[in-house]
Design a protein. Sequence first.
Length: 399
Amino acid sequence: MKPVEIADGIYDVGVIDWNIRDFHGYSTHMGTSYNAFLILDEKIALIDAVKKGFEDQMMRNIAKIIDPAKIDLVVSNHTEMDHSGTLPLVMEKIGAQKPLYCSKMGSRNLSRHFPQDLNYQVVEDGGELSLGKRSLTFLETRMLHWPDSMFTFVKEDKILFSSDAFGQHYAGHEEFDDILGDSVMDHAKKYYANILLLYAPLILKLIDRVTQMGLSFNMICPDHGVLWRKDPGRIIDAYARWSKQTDLHNKAVIVYDTMWDSTHKMALAIASGLHDEGIEVRPMKLREWDRSDVMTEILEAKAVVVGSPTLNNGIFPTLADFLTYMKGLRPENKIGAAFGSFGWSGESVKILSGELEAMKFDMVEPGLKIQYVPEAEQLEKCIEFGRTIGKAIHSGKAG
Ligand code: FEO
């Protein structure tokens, strides 16, 4: 139970949100946590706050350690409401005019989020603040994942407070990676695939910068999920690998939906052809799978195969939803292919192909259209289409 002392005089005073199931479109089937950290030194610092509605729990956690009025200063690493929603209330409890340290963009965001006249203290990238025996170093991490985002590093303990980066949407009493075990990487992968993938180039630059600065970490403390203490380098290496998008698996994800089962039959036959070629394959019907779980499967796959029946001269609404979502996350180095059944007009495959081409997928052409219900002969064409995609995956290119 929080609070948890994570190092000598440093506590996680955050809260667990056991029941959240949708985090603005991301399925949080394991809930999440909003971590916040209290550092006891000659000056007492609170790093980040929690989502509105959880303020009483957080203040009770702090009160188990110290009188909250003794907090001298607050650091806001990130202004998204899950970490800032309770800041006005926290400031009111500890003394409204105590300093609130944040980046320049952070002060702009917070002053627009909240009408209160708070005592913003803008920090510079690389700026330091002494707490007494310890000091805080601020590292701006713009667009990871908001313009205001920054990290706070305690060099004396080699602890990085990394805001959203390296997080996982996971609710549990396991405070650390070694207690949760290997499943932490599954949660971290889903989080990366759905929140950070589009910032991959910036992540690679940040990892380079941290390497050049010679920083090493005993612990990385994100604002969601468990803290990395067993091997913090493991999650940094995973972020580097996911961001490069070159170490992909011989795997295809078939993302589709269906009206009267014809496109579904096509999907399974295409999967069979891919399997014939030794490709790992995941058929995922969009009305059964959440878009964020599909994106997680796509992260390390070499190919994405999309299928839709033609509906009202267009594509099925779930495919339109998913393609919009995937486009925003900007996956790279993928082979693409499109298929679908139709009754009379048959536009869906052309539309799907166009969407994937716009995302710079290397397309297996032509896509596959089948009229009405596929019989044995048409299903054989689907299997052959799957084999063709499988061969493209092995050769590394569609053409
Ligand atoms: Fe966990 Fe970007 O907020």
